[in-house]
Design a protein around this ligand. Structure first.
Ligand code: NZQ
Ligand code: ZN
Length: 391
């Protein structure tokens, strides 16, 4: 196991009744608040009214930025920075899923930068200071409620890129599984696939001796496999929604990668699909992951993939380890397709071969020339994985 430092200082308030703590938690960090949210789901479920009343009752000054889109666009960050500066705001309360939280992280950092917020995303402006953020999570998926990063889209350049800094970790996150009851089928399963993908990106590494971390990863994967279909069938099943919600935070809060040399592979490939076609992130990941595993299956990776099948999908080991590894990949594909009803081809989500080459080139370029995960992938490798995912 490699040396590591792990420090997540996000306070988690998990359960049905923590909204009332909002003023107390906010006042530890600020008193003039920017509330951020998406296209209106928080209004439909009554959460917006509750939050606003709590802030007003506590005499906390607030302004708001709504309309943040899925695959959030940099233009919303520009608007947010203006509102913050124009009103001397000193705290951001993000209410929503990953898109709202990610965009809020960019506002938090860009407020202290003279240049355009996009320069922060592309790394031309370093993140030295940021407004404190709190979150009320409404969709279990990205783990942005407990991590240091965000992903932002610039439609003008067709780029979707990640940025991050430890100072962007939320100061607190309120996680009430009941707020996810209203998440529709598509975003419920996309969320589960995203959580599984984060876990697998951390899990599939070679030679790290991180036995403990890998068993924890398997527990998260099994949790998703068990509760994902239940949440789909019974959207108001608290047990299912709560286990998925907590899995979301643990998949990406840094614990699973402690002591390991993780470099993510499938996310860089998916971000190009979202950048070009604005598809739902978790759906893209589900489509690509089995094809990626199939592509990297060789003498180096066979034991790793076979163990995944045995420990996560209860595949019975045989003497033919390649056969077992292929069964593992098949089980993952089958789970996404049959249990979560995810469309498992690029064709089904409206992607044809027109931009595959360009996307493959960009995926490699954005990763610094090659994607350096468990197996190094160049543009040609990525193209082959895209092509295999078409039909
Ligand atoms: O906009 P509203 O009206 O709120 O509707 C949203 C949106 O349409 C809806 N929704 C959210 N909570 C709901 C709800 N609908 C009903 N009831 C609720 N309680 O769900 C839709 C999708 O929301 P979004 O926030 O886009 O989903 P998600 O949480 O999956 O976030 C996806 C974004 O996060 C990025 C992705 O690339 C994508 O841009 N990621 C962020 C990461 C991070 N910060 O670490 C890592 C991830 O790998 C990922 O890349
Ligand atoms: Zn993800």
């Amino acid at each position: 196991m490699k040396d590591f430092i792990w420090n997540v200082d996000t306070k988690i308030l998990f359960g049905k009744d923590f909204l009332k703590d909002l003023p107390k938690e906010i006042k530890k960090h600020g008193d003039r608040v920017l509330i951020t949210y998406g296209g209106g789901s928080i209004k439909k479920i009554g959460l917006y009214d509750k939050v606003v009343k709590i802030l007003e009752d506590a005499n906390i000054f607030y302004k708001e930025l709504g309309g943040i889109e899925p695959n959030p666009r940099v233009k919303s960050a520009r608007e947010g920075v203006e509102i913050v500066r124009g009103n001397d705001l000193n705290f951001i309360l993000a209410i929503g899923g990953g898109s709202v939280i990610d965009l809020s992280k960019l506002i938090a950092a860009a407020t202290f930068v003279e240049a355009d917020p996009w320069k922060v995303v592309i790394g031309e402006e370093k993140i030295k200071k940021a407004l404190p953020i709190g979150t009320i999570l409404t969709l279990a998926a990205t783990g942005s409620e407990m991590d240091a990063g965000g992903v932002i889209t610039n439609p003008d350049t067709k780029q979707k890129l990640g940025f991050g800094s430890p100072i962007l970790k939320p100061k607190f996150s309120i996680l009430n599984p009941e707020t996810t009851y209203s998440v529709n089928e598509k975003h419920t399963v996309a969320g589960v696939a995203d959580i599984m993908s984060h876990t697998m990106e951390n899990y599939f590494t070679l030679g790290d001796d991180a036995y403990l971390q890998n068993r924890m990863a398997e527990a998260i994967l099994k949790t998703c496999i068990h509760y994902g279909p239940i949440a789909l069938e019974e959207p108001e099943n608290y047990e299912a929604r709560s286990n998925i919600m907590w899995a979301s935070s643990w998949a990406i809060n840094g614990l699973l990668k402690t002591g390991k040399s993780t470099n993510w592979s499938v996310h860089p490939m998916e971000h190009e699909l979202s950048a070009f076609y604005d598809i739902t992130h978790g759906i893209g990941l589900a489509i690509l992951t089995p094809r990626f595993l199939k592509y990297i299956l060789d003498d180096d990776t066979v034991d790793m993939i076979r163990d995944f099948g045995i420990n996560v999908f209860d595949i019975k080991p045989t003497d033919d380890k390649f056969l077992d590894a292929k069964k593992a990949i098949g089980a993952l594909h089958q789970f996404f397709e049959s249990d979560l009803h995810i469309p498992m081809t690029l064709e089904e989500v409206g992607i044809d071969d027109e931009h595959l080459e360009e996307m493959a080139k960009r995926a490699a370029e954005h990763a610094g020339g090659t994607i350096k995960g468990v197996k190094e992938l160049n543009a040609d490798d990525v193209l082959k994985i895209y092509k295999d995912s078409l039909f």
